[in-house]
Design a protein around this ligand. Sequence first.
Ligand SMILES: Cc1ncc(COP(=O)(O)O)c(C=O)c1O
Length: 456
Amino acid sequence: MPPLSTWNPADPSRLFYQTRQRRPLLDRAEGVYLWDRNGKRYLDGCSGAMVSNIGHSNPRVLEAMRQQMELSTFGYRLHFENEPAERLAAQITDLCPPEHERVFFVSGGSEAVESCLKLARQFAYATGERSRWKVIFRSPSYHGSTLGALAVTGYQPLTRPFVPMVSQMPTVPAPRSYLDRDSLTESERGTRYANMLRNKIIEEGPETVLAFIMEPVGGASTGALVAPDSYYPRIREICDEFGILLIYDEVMSGAGRTGCFLAADHWQIKPDIIALAKGLAAGYAPLGAMLADSRLIDPVLNSGGFQHGYTYAGNPLSCAAGLAVIQEILERDLMSQARAMGDLLKQELRGLMDTYPFIVDVRGKGLLLAFELAQNRETMQPLPASLNAYARLVELAYERGLIIYSRRTRDGIEGDHFLVCPPMICTPEHIAEIMDKLTDSLDALQVELDLPGSST
Ligand SMILES: Cc1ncc(COP(=O)(O)O)c(C=O)c1O
């Protein structure tokens, strides 16, 4: 095989992903930066897809992986237990609410969500509640790309082609109280949104409802949506009232990104089942996990076992990476850093609202932050979808060596939000560089799309 560095990027790629768009070849990455083969440097302002929480090429993680590779990279979980998986499970449960003492490893977020849905159903099945199968979800939301996860995802471009192939699950509006123009207080709005779940459960028939799934801090589909504080305990109360399992999808918000190990910790909520991935091995290896307590697991195991599993689950290499990532987070106190840098970055992003009237909201927790564009703050009407502002700003920033992540805010059809979520190791200097490049990109967008406040 010729050396990798002789590869000519002009050759047609045999790979394909979502679009035809080609990107430069990645050369190397270190800390918060990535370099392409032309030597251009990019600041990773969204940690890839909110994954690289401790930055790139961390020496401790690379060394832990190297050591594990010398020993074994794979041992099938039904043939062997392995120390990295055992130790990582213990480490994760130590960082979670006390009852979450059982862990099921997978290789990513969609697999983690599938596992949560199937555990919930198997628990109901094993405990004689077989009429329960509906999982209520929020719209918009994103829970993964597999068909089971898509059935509880509210993001039209991703779900539309597959509608006949997935179960039709009930949905409630995501608590986007920042769009509301009523006379309620934030706390009243939170309760109002939570009560929509109660109404939906009654409408569907409580005996048919299995679970409610939510992202405690939103991800790609809502742009770091945080509900009013009153929402979280009220949702827990409603689930308890009807014996419905509460699933927190912490694939993006978990593993420290919001400044706590779980976003649930901000409200001291104990969900019944939790999905983790992304930041768990922080881009060093594919890894995800489902957490639940023995109350759920034991009846399932006693009734013939959990009818679910993935070949690569709990492989020693991914778990060794995950273990080193968590050690790094704890020893360097990166969750405190995420809180401090998150406060600073949020303040800077809020400052942009003084200059750009088309920035209508800045939200999020810790370093899971986003801002949204619209025509104005009074009506919150989105910009015309045809302007494609969500894609243009990302390109303008990319040209300037800053990577940010965007999606359509309103069910994937219109609206523009941008996630600005650098690694938790970022410093005030990195934030200054992000803001410099972002301001420059926003100036260019304002002129190009003739947005309000533009001098042209
Ligand atoms: C909240 C949430 N759940 C699930 C997923 C799916 O994870 P993966 O892409 O690792 O399958 C994502 C990915 O963005 C996510 O943000």
